[in-house]
Ligand binder design. Structure first.
Ligand code: ADP
Ligand code: MG
Ligand code: MG
Ligand code: MG
Ligand code: MG
Length: 450
């Protein structure tokens, strides 16, 4: 069959699969699934799995709406390594037989098909999904799982890495069993913070893997009596969790389009134009790539206990310079350091692609690269160079997003003729208002007896 079900069935039987998890995510990247027995695979492939979209999360549905029907992408088959007999199928939501334009995977796939149809190009991405390993504290709150992981400079600390050996080596083995090419695992800059790297792929595969990776890290941590979090800033004094996203464009024949011989940074002309587009839409993209109230506590100037933030504050680009939004670590790709652990990976790749392509369409020039450590400069000096600061809060970021006509067009139109960004902005403004209507301990300490 053309939907790949014969291959899928053969692979599943070889792996002894008894259940499929028909999975999709809402706007926030929350993975939802139904467990479908192997005996119902044909039914699943023919008719999909039905969900009450409103119950699943923010995916454009109310309680009176027709079913969200999610159709498996056979090529996304992923065995669940810690649960023998189970495999995930990432799915594309439909309503009344049409792709559902509120669904993040549908949005990214639409942009990628356009990229291929109109230009004959492919987007490849690689992500660094940082996370923190926590446990329940005696007072009921959460604390860093490893009680000894308290040094002021914990990055790459081999003892901290070794104390988490069972967890990290299991995770690595699973990634490599799945063919993801895990090539490094390390203790990151924050106490309790780790990163496990896997090799880049086409943008949908990487987004699917990011969702699966978070699911896997959460479940393995749970099985080990811990709680994992990808929250951008779980502790105010500890380095936050990023989802740095490396991007490159390729021809359909797999020729790299971003590599430039003889250039200082090893970038081609269109790579510079793409970088210029990312800069031009840098502030407006923040609402999508830093999509939570907490995101804005990760970015900005000001160092946690380890000494450096590693999260960007300024919309600037350069070579191997970790104080910038865009870093070119080696030729042929650009790293976007703004994306954080709360981002929906389908939407973040979609918005970065839309912004970058606009730079190519308008043949934009990113100007001179920045070689300074921008965190060490006075903010007035940075501003005098014409370098913008990222938005400082979710509500400001959303205000900029809705004003950006290119990102608006990229994220697409909804069945009622309105734009996805307006739907997104409505949900995010409500989220900000809910936060803003609470009274924090900081306010009590600051104002109570003032
Ligand atoms: P760093 O910590 O230096 O930022 P990492 O090694 O942690 O970098 O992560 C680099 C990521 O970039 C990996 O996912 C890697 O596979 C990916 N990558 C490498 N080359 C490319 C490329 N041409 N296009 C997209 N991603 C790439
Ligand atoms: Mg029911
Ligand atoms: Mg890294
Ligand atoms: Mg990192
Ligand atoms: Mg990085």
């Amino acid at each position: 069959m053309s939907d790949g079900r014969d291959d899928l069935a053969a692979r599943a039987d070889e792996d002894g699969i008894e259940f499929f998890l028909a999975m999709f995510v809402d706007m926030h990247g929350k993975p939802c699934a139904k467990a479908v027995p192997r005996s119902s695979l044909n039914m699943l492939m023919d008719g999909g799995a039905g969900f009450a979209g409103f119950a699943a999360g923010d995916i454009g549905q109310g309680p009176a709406d027709p079913d969200l029907t999610v159709l498996p992408d056979a090529a996304s088959y992923t065995r669940v390594p810690w649960k023998p007999g189970v495999a995930v199928l990432h799915c594309d939501p439909q309503v009344d037989g049409e792709p559902w334009p509120y669904a993040p995977r549908v949005i990214l796939k639409r942009l990628l098909s356009q990229l291929e149809a109109e230009r004959g190009w492919v987007l490849k991405t690689g992500v660094e999904a940082e996370y923190s390993l926590l446990r329940r504290a005696p007072d009921g709150g959460l604390e860093i799982a490893d009680a000894l992981d308290s040094s002021a400079k914990p990055c790459y600390e081999v003892k901290g890495l070794t104390r988490m050996w069972d967890f990290l080596s299991t995770l690595s083995t699973h990634m490599n069993e799945l063919g993801w090419g895990n090539y490094a695992n390390d203790h990151e800059d924050g106490n309790g913070q780790f990163e496990s790297n896997f090799t880049y792929s086409d943008a949908v595969t990487t987004a699917d893997r990011t969702i699966f990776f978070r699911y896997m890290v959460h479940m393995l941590a749970h099985d080990a009596g811990m709680t994992a979090t990808f929250m951008p800033k779980p502790f105010s004094n500890v380095t936050g969790n990023g989802l740095h996203t490396h991007l490159s464009l390729w021809t359909a024949d797999d020729e790299p389009l971003f590599a430039g011989d003889g250039d200082t940074l090893g970038l081609s002309k269109i790579a510079y134009q793409f970088v210029a587009g990312l800069l031009d839409h840098g502030r407006a993209s923040a609402g999508i790539i830093c999509p939570t109230v907490n995101s804005y506590k990760r970015i900005g100037v000001g160092a946690p206990d380890s000494g450096a933030t590693w999260a960007p504050a300024y919309v600037a680009y350069g070579g191997n310079n970790r104080s910038l939004l865009l870093r070119v670590p080696e030729g042929g790709r650009v790293e976007h350091r703004g994306v954080d652990g709360s981002a929906n990976p389908y939407l973040s790749s979609a918005v970065l692609l839309a912004g970058g392509l606009d730079g190519i369409d308008r043949a934009l020039d990113p100007g001179e690269q920045t070689t300074d450590n921008l965190f060490a400069l006075d903010p007035s000096e940075v501003a005098a160079r014409g370098i913008e600061h990222l938005p400082r809060s979710l509500d400001r970021a959303v205000d900029e997003l809705v004003e950006d006509s290119v990102l608006r067009r990229g994220l697409g139109v909804l069945p009622d003729g309105s734009d996805f960004v307006d739907y997104f902005a409505g949900v995010k403004r409500a989220e900000f208002d809910a936060y803003h209507s609470t009274v924090s301990q900081w306010e009590i300490d600051r104002y109570l007896t003032q």
